[in-house]
Design a protein around this ligand. Structure first.
Ligand code: ADP
Length: 257
C-alpha cells in the first residue's frame, strides 16, 4: 500500500474530515491509505468525546484511513497496532523510549504524549473503513498546555533536547503502521500483543479501573487477552476490562491518571 497524505491548515478534526471524505467518496475511488494531517484542530476529540488539545504547529495531528481485512469484532485491535507503531517510530527517530498504557495511550515519563481515537466508518451496507486518529505532542512547553493538563501531558520537546522533524516522524509512524497492520491481518493479534506488552507501562503494575469517572476497583494489571481486553487481578478474582479507563498507582500511593 502507498500512503497518500493530504495536508490541511486547520480542521475541526482530522477524523471528521476522514468521515466526510468517506461519506462523499465515489464508488471507483478507494480511500485506503489516505492520510489527513492538520496544523491545528479546533475540535480534536479523544475517546468518549473528550477534547484533545491540538494547537497550531505544536504537534502531529493526523488520521490514517485504512480498509481493514478483519472481522468487526477484531477492528479494535488496530488501536494496539497504532499505539505500538507510534512508540516504535519515536524510539527509532529520537533518544526516547515511550511506554504504552491500555487501551491506546502512549506515555513518556508517566505522562500522556499521544492519544489515539479509532473510529469505524461504514461506506456501504457491508463495508467500512477505519479512521485511525493520532495526536502527538511535539513542540509544546509545559506552560503551553492548559493548567489541568500541565501535570498529565508531555511533548517530545519537554522530554528531549533533540529537534524532531514532524514529517520524518510521520513517515516513520506510517511505515510501522503498515507493518503492524499487515502483521495483525496475516498472523492475528498474538505478535502485536506480544510487542505491545513488551513496551507496556501497565502490565504487572497496580491500577485503578474507572468507568465514566467512577472508580470501580483496583488490582494488578496481569495481561492483555487475545480480544484486547485488560485482565486485572483483584481481591475478588480476575476481572476482564473492556471499556473503561485505567490509572496507574504511583510511588506516593496515589493513582495518577
Ligand atoms: P484517547 O484514549 O483517545 O487518548 P482520551 O479521552 O484519553 O482519549 O483523551 C482525552 C483526554 O486527554 C482529555 O480528557 C485530556 O485529559 C487529555 N488531553 C487532551 N489534550 C491533550 C494533549 N494534547 N496532550 C495530552 N493529553 C491531552
Amino acid at each position: 500500500m502507498q500512503w497518500q497524505t493530504i495536508t490541511f491548515d486547520t480542521l475541526d478534526s482530522t477524523n471528521l474530515e476522514a468521515k466526510r471524505m468517506i461519506q462523499s467518496q465515489t464508488a471507483a475511488q478507494s480511500l485506503h491509505g489516505t492520510v489527513i494531517t492538520a496544523e491545528s484542530q479546533t475540535g480534536g476529540k479523544g475517546r468518549l468525546g473528550r477534547a484533545w488539545e491540538s494547537p497550531k504547529g505544536t504537534g502531529l495531528w493526523f488520521t490514517a484511513i485504512i480498509e481493514p481485512h478483519t472481522t468487526l469484532a477484531e477492528a479494535s485491535l488496530y488501536s494496539f497496532a497504532a499505539a505500538l507503531s507510534v512508540a516504535e517510530a519515536i524510539s527509532q527517530t529520537t533518544d526516547l523510549e515511550p511506554k504504552l498504557k491500555w487501551p491506546n495511550d502512549v506515555l513518556l515519563n508517566g505522562r500522556k504524549l499521544c492519544g489515539i481515537l479509532l473510529e469505524l466508518i461504514p461506506y456501504s451496507k457491508t463495508a467500512y473503513y477505519l479512521a485511525i486518529g493520532i495526536g502527538i505532542n511535539v513542540y509544546q512547553a509545559k506552560e503551553d498546555f492548559p493548567p489541568d493538563l500541565q501535570e498529565k501531558a508531555i511533548s517530545l520537546a519537554m522530554a528531549s533536547n533533540q529537534h524532531v522533524d514532524r514529517m520524518t516522524l510521520l513517515d516513520a509512524i506510517l511505515e510501522q503502521l503498515q507493518k503492524n497492520c499487515t502483521l495483525l491481518e496475516t498472523q492475528g493479534f498474538a505478535p502485536v500483543r506480544e510487542q505491545w506488552i513488551a513496551q507496556s507501562a501497565i502490565i504487572g503494575r497496580e491500577v485503578s479501573v474507572q468507568q465514566y469517572g467512577i472508580p470501580l476497583y483496583t488490582g494488578i494489571a496481569e495481561d492483555i487477552a487475545i480480544d484486547g481486553s485488560l485482565l486485572v487481578r483483584t481481591v475478588d478474582g480476575l476481572q476482564t476490562v473492556t471499556a473503561a479507563d485505567v490509572s496507574l498507582r504511583s510511588q506516593d500511593g496515589n493513582y495518577s491518571f
